[in-house]
Ligand binder design. Sequence first.
Ligand SMILES: [Zn+2]
Length: 403
Amino acid sequence: MLIRKAYKYKLKTNPSLEDTLNEFSGANRFVWNKALFLNKKRLERHEKKDRKLIRYNDLAGLLKLWKQSDEWGFLKGIHSQTLQQTLKDLDKAFKDAFDPKQPLKRFPVFKKKEIVSGFRFPQGIKIHCNRVYLPKIGWVRYFNSKKIEGIIKNATVSKRNGKWFVSIQVEQEIKVFSKKPKNEVGIDLGIKKNVVLSDGRILEGARSFKKQRGRLAKSQRHLSRKMKFSSNWKKQKSKITKIHEKIANVRNDRLHWMSNRLSNEYNVIYLEALKVRNMSKSASGTLENPGRNVSAKRGLNREILDQGWGEFRRQLSYKQEWSNGWLQAVDPKYTSQKCSQASCGYTAKENRKSQSVFHCRKCGYEENADVNASKNILAVGQTVFACGGNSLEFPLKQEPLAA
Ligand SMILES: [Zn+2]
């Protein structure tokens, strides 16, 4: 099976190279923000018929005009393909944001200089002796931490905390193995970030980040007292970025540990489908026919994102695909209120004695509430699977792209 995978390396830079990279990244940020601004203006128009987005082909045409202008002539010195790629990325971001199958995707936002900057080369990348060739920039040395395997597809250059990185995406052929036939499990994504299995086992998620959150809040207070863009402000800002990174790394490691374990052990996994609060149609609209106030979607599902369950689903999904397994989404309706005893099945709100305990009012069955739910998910999933499966698609079914 052909998969895509990304290798990320730290670049060895010098002041003159950094100038070039900053120039590239600034130009790409400019193009992104400018095209986004034009589209945002359109989305805010009063008349529905005027609310049309400028799509990639027209944006690429505009880019040519910008390059010829006196005002933005600096764009001429930048590799065209990276700028076009940025416009393609923006176009895709709009497309995804309007896609009902991708409820977690938010609307694109303006790129700020001090946060993250980067740009992508869609082709023309070469690797030789710990050096990477970036079109129009040249050969750049990097810290080689891992050997690249596969066919190089593209490369993304990014800056974080003052350091530059390159992420090289490759296509790789992997061997697909099959597991023992029909080894299946139901999963409930419990409270306290645990993964609860239908056989009663509980995989503990990353512990709470109370301490880090405290540090974060404190650092953010300090930041607000500093003068914006002063050197102390920048120092404090980078401290905050580091705390964020640490939280994200710990959480992500844990999610990978859990998804690896499950994918290695089970070939059929039943998982509750994403519970997504419905967004009113008028606020969102479609790509061809955008509604007003589209940015209202931005705050949506913050809690789901915070817990990382979207990422967990994505990992399980591609890991099951790689290992020739199956991930089946299950409608979680009533799974927390229904008695999981096959002989009973009594469904009532009152069965849920508390957040953590399930107690059936009819047959008296008592169980950890999340375990009861995962048993129901297994049962519902088996029925769906018997009928061909996959009635509920997962929104994110792809391998991670270059960061
Ligand atoms: Zn019962």
